[in-house]
Design a protein around this ligand. Structure first.
Ligand SMILES: *Cc1c(COP(=O)(O)O)cnc(C)c1O
Length: 483
């Protein structure tokens, strides 16, 4: 029940008609459809009603409500998904769109977006072609696989493999590999959703070959390995390699009436080449295939450095079955992603292109001297816009991350510019740069200072944007008293 005070507040909520006469909103109805302004005004009044009932302190004056409606309308009319500056030092940042596309991929996307394209048209035969043809031969050339299919993302790839090969059958997986990645991808959940029966073996830290051997029955479809991308076990740890699983599957398969047992690895970040970053030692897709996996799936926007997609590679017959699965249609890639994927994969044909042209790989493998030089240039630009009364900057060595919930734990040495504020606050500055600056800038805070990581700043234009953002923050503080 609302309190008497709340009832009084509810009665004083402005009416829609009354609001529309406010000069600020009347101006909006001149530029935008009236129904849009009416709807947003009503939505704002509804929101205020909810907040009054929740006991919040709210300003119900017509002017204040009009200001909120105007900012609702402005938000609706301006882009929400837009470029951001990543000064966080996290290279594959899931919240910031993971990998930055290589320039040839950007060009390919623009080209295909602007006109009609050969998406499913075979130009030699003058008839219908397949969208898989644009990338499949490239994936095979780079990984040594017999065949490949790309879908929406790696989660979709896992779902499709389990659903095609293990629906109503059993999948044996180690308890040490029942991971959760990024909050919404959990191995047991995807297993259930695909209709496969999960058979857990081993313990959290140790799983042996005999654990898998004992678990195999006539209903076993797959022995599955999952890359523990975002955590690391140390100490008394043991798992069974793909090679080990291959031997177990072969031994069991020949003795079974229900035929062979397949070996499948969800490899997660999917490195296509050796990336010799700091302490990153990832098996490549071709390593896993040559160790004997029948199927391997991986993401295209993590270590591979391409667009959001997931690829499944493996034996020709197995991939042919996947292409016929109804999920192939449900989870298929659109033309823009295929354009970006094809162009990114083509860079892998030449090793020197990979490090030069794929931003994610370049950053993982960054030259420390270059990163430090970029930090020095950022410091100069910041010092040029800051007065000593605003704050002081310092160059510091730091540790960057390959990627929050997406990549193997790995520390990458980096250089940051630390801004120690004498006016305003680190939190206020961080908020301003993210929410108010024309281009959102994402930094991090450490010990009351704002850190700008030079590793993930992509160009000198971005260094200027950071400096201008910081300048605007202090200008916005006006002549407020120093702290
Ligand atoms: C990242 C990851 C996934 C999910 O891949 P998306 O491309 O984000 O859908 C699945 N499994 C593993 C092991 C991963 O690392």
């Amino acid at each position: 029940m609302p309190t008497p005070d709340q009832l009084k507040q509810l009665r004083s909520l402005p009416q829609v008609e009354e609001m529309l006469r406010q000069p600020a909103l009347a101006a909006m109805t001149a530029a935008l459809p009236r129904t849009l302004v009416v709807d947003q005004t009503r939505a704002q009044i509804d929101e205020l009603r909810g907040r009054v009932l929740a006991g919040d302190e709210v300003d119900l004056s017509c002017e204040a409500v009009a200001t909120s409606v105007v900012s609702r309308l402005r938000r609706l009319c301006s882009p929400s998904l837009r470029r951001a500056v990543n000064a966080s030092g996290v290279i594959v940042h899931t919240n910031l769109g993971r990998s930055v596309l290589p320039e040839p991929a950007v060009q390919a996307v623009l080209d295909v977006a602007r006109g009609y394209s050969t998406l499913e048209y075979d130009v030699h035969e003058l008839r219908r072609g397949s969208r898989h043809d644009h990338y499949e031969a490239l994936v095979c050339a780079v990984t040594g696989a017999e065949a490949a299919i790309a879908v929406n993302n790696n989660a979709a790839a896992v779902m499709m493999v389990l659903s095609e090969f293990a629906q109503g059958r059993e999948v044996v997986v180690s308890r040490g590999e029942l991971v959760e990645i990024g909050g919404s991808f959990r191995v047991p959940d995807i297993m259930r959703a695909s209709g496969a029966d999960m058979v857990e073996v081993g313990t959290t830290n140790k799983t042996h070959g005999f654990d898998y051997e004992r678990a195999i029955t006539e209903r076993t479809a797959l022995l599955m390995k999952v890359h523990p991308s975002n955590y690391r076990l140390t100490g008394f740890v043991e798992d069974v390699s793909v090679q080990g699983l291959r031997a177990i599957a072969d031994a069991a398969g020949t003795a079974r009436a229900s035929g062979p047992v397949l070996v499948y690895e969800d490899l997660g970040s999917g490195a296509l080449v050796d990336i010799t970053a700091a302490d990153l030692h990832e098996a490549t897709v071709s390593d896993v295939l040559s160790s004997g996996a029948d199927l391997v799936s991986f993401s295209c926007d993590k270590l591979l450095g391409g667009p959001q997609a997931g690829i499944i590679v493996g034996r020709r017959e197995a991939i042919a079955r996947l292409k016929k699965n109804p999920l192939a249609r449900v989870l298929r890639l659109d033309k823009l992603s295929i354009a970006a994927l094809e162009a990114t994969l083509r860079l892998y044909l030449r090793e020197d292109n990979v490090r030069r042209q794929i931003p994610t790989v370049r950053m993982l493998d960054a030259d420390e001297v270059e990163v430090t030089a970029r930090a020095e240039r950022l410091k100069q630009r910041l010092d040029a816009v800051l007065s000593p009364a605003d704050g002081i900057t310092a160059i510091e060595r730091e540790v960057a991350r390959a990627g929050g919930g997406a990549l193997p734990m790995c520390d990458i040495p980096t250089t940051v510019v630390a801004l120690d504020l004498k006016r305003g606050s680190a939190l206020g500055c961080e908020r301003y740069l993210s929410a108010e600056n024309p281009v959102p800038i994402v930094a991090r805070i450490r010990s009351e200072r704002v850190l700008f990581d030079a590793l993930t700043l992509l160009s000198d234009d971005e260094l200027d944007e950071v400096a201008q953002g910081v300048r605007r923050y202090f200008a916005g503080l006006g002549s407020e008293e120093p702290r």
